[in-house]
Design a protein around this ligand. Structure first.
Ligand code: CA
Length: 248
């Protein structure tokens, strides 16, 4: 199936190269020559590449900036690619990010392990840059339709793709953190989250941020939503954390 997708994408690549430009890809690969080759080729294609040589570096990059797609080598020093894959697919803020496994192994069992653990595709080494590029395009295109979804809670409407928020049709301008916070709340309404959970989901598990930071951004977000009568949607749950709800 992935091969068919790849072939289709390859055919279409001359006409639809544009929309993928500027997408950020995290490349996790310990072999420098492969890393350099892939980075060079994908940069030519218009992607922005973050490189990591192992799991620790990859998690640091993830915490800095969530990528649109991850290319993840299977055999890595210390923590394996499969372990990283499982870890990220369990993490709520990362589980939607498509992952393509790069593997030197050809055994069917390993591929099944990878796909069962949530990999979106895999590519066996040695691969051609052209094939890799086609796979990336196919995976990103598959994800695009899902990401079209608009989030709606009460009068609020959030478009993740266009980075826009409206309340009763009126645009609201939010900073990047307030936007991510609201996006998280709107996709998880009527549930209570502790400050630690919000830090994990919105800021990323590997960021060191004080819990007080959450309160600061909640105050800001409430202030921005207040003129639109939406400020009370973010409710403080004493001794626990916060809840977002359309029922004020
Ligand atoms: Ca390797």
């Amino acid at each position: 199936m992935p091969n068919q997708d790849a072939a289709e994408a390859l055919q279409g690549s001359s006409t639809c190269a544009g929309p993928m430009n500027g997408k950020r890809i995290l490349l996790v690969e310990d072999e420098r020559p492969i890393r350099e080759m892939v980075t060079f080729a994908l940069t030519q294609d218009g992607y922005q590449i973050d490189e990591a040589e192992d799991g620790t570096a990859a998690e640091a990059k993830m915490a800095e900036h969530l990528p649109d797609l991850v290319l993840l080598d299977w055999m890595l020093p210390n923590v394996s690619g499969l372990e990283l894959l499982r870890r990220w697919k369990r993490n709520e803020s990362m589980q939607e990010i498509p992952i393509i496994m790069l593997t030197a192994r050809v055994e069917e069992r390993d591929k099944v392990d990878g796909l069962n653990s949530g990999a979106d595709d895999y590519i066996t080494k040695p691969f051609s840059v052209k094939e890799l590029s086609a796979r990336i395009r196919a995976v990103l295109r598959r994800g695009a339709s899902i990401l079209d979804d608009q989030l709606r809670v009460g009068p609020l409407q959030l478009d993740s793709k266009a980075h826009r928020v409206h309340a009763d049709g009126q645009p609201i301008s939010l900073g990047p953190t307030e936007f991510r916070l609201l996006e998280f709340f709107m996709s998880h309404p009527d549930r209570v989250y502790t400050r630690t959970q919000l830090l994990d989901y919105v800021w990323g598990r590997n960021m060191y941020v004080e819990e007080r930071t959450v309160d600061v951004h909640i105050v800001r977000l409430r202030k921005l939503l207040k003129p639109l009568e939406c400020g009370k949607m973010i409710q403080t749950v004493r001794g626990y954390g916060y809840r977002f709800s359309a029922t004020q």
